[in-house]
Design a protein. Structure first.
Length: 189
């Protein structure tokens, strides 16, 4: 499924995520997510997309120290770190199926939460999906395809992408009227 180069890249990223999670370095984790997003935009691979969302989400989650005080935090954190270790192990053993399953474990860890922590983390993941969709869209993938890849609506993607300041995305440029019309037309395809 994955080329040797893709697998090595994912392995490097997940190893670095593990170190950054231990250090509580949310900026490093976000940077690693951006690297994964770039690969996802080139491959359109669901696992790369899931990895980008999961990694980015955790960068946002660990930024919020108040989450650590909520019931269920320790269990969620241990599940997350355990899933990262399983991702690394699967990649080291060239086991793409177990890698996919390990990514799913992280999502399941959210389902096992309750109360405010579950609400907060679900919200972070939803916003991360929209953020990553916007980033993939910036790489030239159509709005409709990007929305489908991430399971979000065209409206959510267009709303988020249209409301961003160019300072947030250094590689962005002012969008011409012609491109804006194209964006609007894609929403109704």
């Amino acid at each position: 499924m994955y080329s040797m180069q893709e697998r090595e890249n994912l392995l490097k990223i997940f190893r670095e995520v593990k170190v950054a999670v231990s250090a509580g370095d949310s900026a490093k984790i976000k940077n690693l997510s951006d690297q994964t997003t770039h690969t996802a935009s080139l491959t359109h691979d669901p696992d790369n997309i899931a990895a980008a969302v999961i990694i980015y989400s955790f960068s946002k989650i660990i930024e919020r120290e108040d989450y650590r005080k909520l019931q269920g935090w320790n269990s969620f954190y241990e599940s997350y770190v355990g899933a990262i270790n399983k991702c690394i192990d699967a990649l080291e053993k060239n086991n793409d199926e177990n890698f996919s399953k390990s990514l799913t474990l992280i999502r399941k860890a959210i389902g096992n939460l309750s109360g405010k922590l579950k609400e907060y983390i679900q919200d972070v993941f939803r916003k991360a999906e929209i953020n990553k969709a916007s980033r993939i869209y910036e790489h030239g993938i159509s709005m409709e395809k990007t929305a489908n890849l991430l399971g979000i609506s065209l409206f959510e993607l267009a709303n988020y992408s249209g409301g961003k300041e160019s300072a947030e995305v250094p590689e962005s440029v002012t969008v011409s009227v012609k491109q804006r019309i194209k964006f609007a037309m894609e929403m109704f395809e």
